[in-house]
Design a protein around this ligand. Structure first.
Ligand code: SAH
Length: 250
C-alpha cells in the first residue's frame, strides 16, 4: 500500500513513522510511505506556502497553488491515488470503519493543513475530509499519523499476528476484554483464576462476557451496531437485570 503525506513539517511525520509496527512495515516494504515537503511544490524564490486571508482576520492560510502542485507531482511520480484525504476539524469524524475501508485502497494521499487552515479551493482536490476528533490541533501532521497508523494496522502483514487486529476494541463493535500478564499475583491483585485454568472454551466465554460487560457499562451506544448472537444477548439481558453499570459478569 502506498501513502503520500504532504506537509510543511516533514520531520514531524518522519520520526514517528520510523518507529514500531508502522516503522517495521515500511522497512519490510509492506507499506510504501513518502513524506513530501510542501515547500518543494512552490515556484517562487522564498518558497512561500501561506498568505493572509482575503477579507481580513487573524492568522495565515495555506495557498492553493503549492497543494495543487504537490498532488499533481504525486500523480505523475506515484500514480493516480485512490483517495485524497484532507485533514480538517470540520471533516467526517474518523472511525474504525474508515480505517478498514481505507486499508483496502492501494494508494492514499493525506494533506496536512496549518495555520487557519487551507484555502477553500483546496477542498476540491480532496475526495474526502477527515477529522480525528472534536478539538483543534495546530496542524494536520498528528491527524495524518493517526490515520496512517490506524489504517496500516488493518493492512494484512503489517501487524505480525492478524488475530490481534481482528480482536481489537471496535473490530466487532465491542470494547476489548481485560488483559493480564505475569505475575499471577501482583501486590495482592490476583489474575482471574479462569485465565490460569487452561480451559480454552471457558476462557473464550469469560473474555466475551467481559467484553460485553465492559461495553455495556462504558459504551452502551456501541451495542446497537455490534455483532451479537443469541448467547450475547442473553448475557446482556442478565447483566442489565442483575448489575447495571457493573463490569464483573462473574
Ligand atoms: N481554523 C480552522 C482550524 C485550522 S487548524 C477551523 O476552525 O476549522 C489547522 C490545520 O490542522 C487544519 O487545516 C487541519 O489540517 C489540522 N487539524 C486541526 N484539528 C484537526 C482535527 N481535529 N482533525 C483533523 N485535522 C485537524
Amino acid at each position: 500500500m502506498k501513502i503520500d503525506i504532504v506537509t510543511i513539517f516533514p520531520k514531524m511525520v518522519e520520526g514517528p513513522l520510523a518507529e514500531g509496527i508502522v516503522g517495521r512495515a515500511i522497512a519490510r516494504g509492506v507499506l510504501d510511505v513518502r513524506v513530501h515537503d510542501l515547500r518543494e511544490s512552490t515556484t517562487d524564490k522564498h518558497r512561500v506556502v501561506d498568505d493572509i486571508p482575503f477579507g481580513g482576520g487573524p492568522g495565515m492560510v495555506l495557498k492553493p497553488e503549492p497543494l495543487f502542485r504537490a498532488v499533481e507531482r504525486i500523480r505523475a511520480e506515484r500514480g493516480e491515488p485512490s483517495a485524497v484525504i484532507l485533514t480538517s476539524p470540520d471533516g467526517k469524524p474518523f472511525s474504525h470503519a474508515d480505517a478498514e475501508r481505507l486499508s483496502r485502497l492501494p494508494h492514499l494521499v493525506i494533506l496536512c493543513g496549518r495555520y487557519e487552515g487551507v484555502d477553500e479551493r483546496v477542498r476540491s482536490l480532496a475526495t474526502e475530509e477527515i477529522s480525528i476528533g472534536d478539538y483543534v490541533l495546530s496542524g494536520g501532521e498528528l491527524p495524518a499519523l493517526v490515520i496512517t497508523d490506524a489504517v496500516a494496522r488493518m493492512v494484512p502483514g503489517v501487524v505480525g499476528d492478524q488475530a490481534s487486529v481482528t480482536g481489537d476494541t471496535f473490530a466487532h463493535g465491542l470494547l476489548d476484554f481485560p488483559q493480564y500478564t505475569r505475575p499471577a499475583d501482583f501486590r495482592g491483585m490476583a489474575v482471574p483464576p479462569v485465565l490460569l485454568s487452561g480451559h480454552h472454551q471457558e476462557i473464550e466465554r469469560w473474555r466475551r462476557n467481559q467484553a460485553l460487560a465492559r461495553t455495556l457499562s462504558r459504551r452502551p451506544d456501541l451495542l446497537e451496531s455490534a455483532e451479537l448472537d443469541a448467547r450475547d444477548r442473553a448475557v446482556l439481558d442478565e447483566l442489565e437485570k442483575t448489575a447495571p453499570g457493573s463490569e464483573e459478569p462473574g
